[in-house]
Ligand binder design. Structure first.
Ligand SMILES: [Fe+2]
Ligand SMILES: [Fe+2]
Length: 158
């Protein structure tokens, strides 16, 4: 079984790899397109699953609300850039500039989760629940992967 912390960390490591690959590849190459599509889908479902399993638990505690709100706010900001990039021409210099902002912000976000938020969360999701939450996170993420386009259309209608 995978603990919630290992599950999140494993995703982050994959996201770091993909961010580097996208930064190193050129224009609208096949390799960059592939890495981008995987990154876009995985980050969206990862963040949604984090909110629904991990952060909602942290928010139950008065002392956890601030950290949770901070992270969820960053998810919303990153989502905006993800959507912007999706609509832009990948081979334009503007795309790469915007991507670099996302890369910088998201790397910072992951570091903060691992180094600060995990420590606090361990007070509410302790060892005996680690695996159950890991499974919940994993299941929710799978479900979210199937909801990306639907949720996006809902957001565009608003
Ligand atoms: Fe996050
Ligand atoms: Fe995360």
């Amino acid at each position: 079984m995978t603990s919630i912390y290992d599950a999140i960390k494993k995703d982050h490591d994959r996201h770091r790899e993909l961010l580097n690959r996208i930064a190193e590849t050129e224009g609208a190459s096949e390799e960059r397109k592939q890495a981008w599509t995987e990154f876009y889908r995985d980050v969206k479902s990862h963040s949604a699953a984090e909110e629904e399993t991990f952060y909602s638990k942290l928010m139950e505690q008065t002392w956890g609300q601030d950290a949770a709100r901070h992270s969820v706010h960053e998810h919303a900001e990153m989502d905006e850039i993800l959507e912007e990039l999706r609509e832009m021409d990948m081979s334009s210099s503007g795309w790469l500039t915007r991507f670099k902002t996302l890369k910088h912000d998201y790397e910072h976000h992951m570091e903060e989760e691992e180094n600060e938020v995990f420590g606090r969360a361990k007070e509410v999701i302790g060892q005996e629940e680690n695996d159950a939450y890991g499974k919940r996170f994993h299941d929710r993420k799978q479900k979210e992967l199937g909801l990306i386009e639907e949720k996006r259309e809902d957001a565009l209608e608003d």
